[in-house]
Every structure is written in structure tokens, then in C-alpha cells.
Design a protein around this ligand. Structure first.
Ligand SMILES: Nc1ncnc2c1ncn2[C@@H]1O[C@H](COP(=O)(O)OP(=O)(O)O)[C@@H](O)[C@H]1O
Ligand SMILES: O=P(O)(O)OC[C@H]1O[C@](O)(COP(=O)(O)O)[C@@H](O)[C@@H]1O
Length: 314
């Protein structure tokens, strides 16, 4: 049995283009271009497989541009359990502007899923327990109902599988009703959940995270970009923030954070150790284009750049 099976319904080839001083409504010249196999669950699978867990990845892939994924799965030691569709996987453009220090995401809608293929995937996931943990993450392609993750989290729990969940909008609103063990919304996703603007203020985020815990979610980690993250369970809370960071891209930092949290759950790390490890993974992701984890020594060095502060729950 696998340790972790990640599910990516709408993977992507991330096309990172470096444009110095990117200007809208103008002609921009690309200085460097890199394509990477990606999508939320593909990234998580890669970080976890590099952490010596037995990992599989499933969901849907277009057969017409699947080579980049197949090479990546082989290289990263990820068991490929994708269902192939007779089409292309979407290409998401990531415009990295090092002069203005911005990253602009242009994410395509991707393919449409019909009932037959959805049934095939459900069979793969729920005929028997395939892994200790399932990770459901990322946007929903056309043809899939917003409550799919809610339905699947319940089905996973019925099989005795634990669930980490990272989605946005309606899919998130439905999904948390099924009480996954672990969620990692960012502050924008919390805003969608509560239909009001949530800032990166710990005093504002802590009670919201605690409400989610009281509703039955075991661990809530709210990520806040350069403001770090807040992790909360029933007993403790910590705020992790980077004292310094080398930022070449912010794409995949959330997936890296989630991966570190899943690894920590599987290895029963304390909440403080968990957020330290997960934040280290995210610092690593900021340096690297594509979901590649650095060596243990490099990660150890990066972890020194973190400040982990306990937050009182009284
Ligand atoms: N500019 C940054 N400086 C330092 N750390 C960052 C920066 N951007 C992201 N991070 C780290 O990556 C984590 C996830 O990033 P975030 O942007 O919140 O996730 P998501 O991509 O899911 O929106 C943060 O909690 C933080 O640890
Ligand atoms: O499924 P969505 O929400 O469109 O997101 C897909 C995108 O998210 C990523 O997985 C990165 O996610 P994070 O930056 O949140 O870690 C990209 O690789 C991919 O292009």
C-alpha cells in the first residue's frame, strides 16, 4: 500500500517565463522559459516522494502532451496512476518579474471530464484503501460538481483513509464540511470561505482557525505568503515566519507547505516540528522552479532562516 496518493483533477504544465519589468498593455520579451510538470497534487507527490515516502499520483492527464509528466514521475519515483484523456493537459503561464518582484499566474481552465471518466477515477480511489493518506488538491475541471471533494473525503474516511485538502472557492466551502484531517487555506481562500476580507493578522485568523478545529478538522494551517503561516490544532498554535528568503518564484510554495505537513502527520511530528519542516519545504520551493526538494543538508540550512513562535490559546 502507498503512504500517500495525491489526486489532481486538473494538472498543468507550468510554463515559467522570466520577463524583467513586465508591463501590461505592452510588448514583453521573454528572457527565459521553463516548462515543468505541475498541478497541486503533482507537486505534492513530488515533494513527498523526495521525502522517502511511497507515493502515487492520480487524476486526469491529457495523452497528447503527457511525456513531460511521465518523465517527471519516473525521475521523482512517483507511481503514475493517472487516467488518460484523448486531449491536452492545460498549460499555466507563470510570469516571473525579478525587477518588480512579482509573480503573475495565468491559469487555464483545462479539459472537461465526462461521467464515464469520473466513474473510472472513483473506482480507482474507492474500490479499496490505496494509501494511508489521500491528498485532494487543486481546482475542478469543467463537468465536475463543486461538492465532489466533500463526497470523496467522506468516501475516503469510510475506507479508513486520512485526508489532506487544499482547494478554493465553492470546492473548499463544500469540502471542509466533510472534516478532512488537514487543511491549508491561504488568507484569500479563508476570505472566500467567510465571504469577507481576511487580512494576514494573526489575531483575526486564529479564531477562524479555531472554529474550524472545533467543527472537527484536526489541523488547520493558514498560509499568508511572506507573512508566513499559522498552524493550529486543539491544543496548540504556532506562527512561522521566514527571517529571510531567496524568492525566485512563489509558485508551488503552498504545495510544498502542505507536503511538509502531510509528511509530519505520517511521521507523527509535534505541531511545532511540523510547521518548521513544512515552512522549510516552502522556503525551498521559493528558490526552485518546479517541485524539486533539496538535499537534507540544504533543508537544514534553510530551517535556520525561520522564526517559529508559540501562540497562546488562552
Ligand atoms: N515572499 C515570501 N517570503 C517568504 N516566505 C514565503 C513567501 N511566499 C510564500 N512563502 C512561504 O510559503 C508558504 C506558502 O505560501 P502562500 O503564498 O501562502 O501559499 P499559496 O501558494 O497556497 O497561496 C508561506 O506560508 C510561507 O511559508
Ligand atoms: O488547480 P489550480 O488552482 O488552478 O492551481 C494550479 C496551479 O497551482 C500550482 O500547483 C501551484 O500552487 P501553489 O502556488 O498554491 O503551491 C501550480 O503548479 C499550478 O499551475
Amino acid at each position: 500500500m502507498l503512504d500517500v496518493l495525491t489526486v489532481t483533477l486538473n494538472p498543468a504544465i507550468d510554463q515559467t517565463v522570466n520577463i524583467n519589468d513586465f508591463k501590461i498593455d505592452n510588448v514583453n520579451r521573454v528572457e527565459k522559459l521553463q516548462n515543468s510538470a505541475a498541478g497541486k497534487g503533482v507537486n505534492v507527490a513530488s515533494y513527498l516522494a523526495s521525502s522517502d515516502l511511497k507515493v502515487g499520483a492520480t487524476g486526469f492527464l491529457g495523452s497528447k502532451n503527457c511525456e513531460i509528466f511521465e518523465e517527471f514521475f519516473k525521475k521523482q519515483n512517483i507511481e503514475n496512476r493517472f487516467i488518460y484523456l484523448d486531449t491536452q493537459t492545460r498549460v499555466n503561464v507563470k510570469i516571473v518579474d525579478s525587477k518588480n518582484k512579482t509573480v503573475t499566474d495565468v491559469n487555464q481552465m483545462g479539459f472537461e471530464i465526462d461521467e464515464e471518466n469520473l466513474n473510472k477515477l472513483e473506482k480507482k480511489l474507492f474500490s479499496k484503501k490505496e494509501a494511508s493518506w489521500y491528498v485532494f488538491s487543486g481546482s475542478l475541471p469543467k463537468g465536475i460538481d463543486n461538492n465532489i471533494y466533500e463526497k470523496w473525503i467522506k468516501k475516503a474516511h469510510d475506507l479508513g483513509v486520512k485526508v489532506a485538502f487544499d482547494a478554493s472557492g465553492e470546492a473548499l466551502i463544500y469540502g471542509i464540511k466533510a472534516k478532512p484531517e488537514l487543511i491549508k487555506p491561504n488568507n484569500h481562500e479563508l476570505s472566500q470561505l467567510l465571504s469577507k476580507n481576511i487580512s494576514c493578522d494573526i489575531k483575526e485568523i486564529l479564531p477562524i482557525a479555531r472554529d474550524l478545529i472545533n467543527d472537527g478538522i484536526e489541523t488547520v494551517c493558514v498560509s499568508m505568503g511572506e507573512k508566513g503561516s499559522l498552524i493550529v490544532n486543539k491544543k496548540e498554535a504556532f506562527h512561522a515566519v521566514a527571517l529571510k528568503a531567496e524568492v525566485n518564484t512563489t509558485v508551488g510554495a503552498g504545495d510544498a507547505l502542505l507536503s511538509g505537513l502531510v509528511y509530519s502527520k505520517i511521521n507523527k511530528l509535534s505541531l511545532e516540528e511540523s510547521i518548521k519542516l513544512a515552512s522549510t519545504y516552502s522556503l525551498n520551493a521559493l528558490k526552485t522552479i518546479g517541485a524539486y526538494l533539496s538535499s537534507k543538508e540544504e533543508l537544514k540550512k534553510l530551517s535556520n532562516d525561520l522564526d517559529i513562535m508559540p501562540i497562546s490559546l488562552d
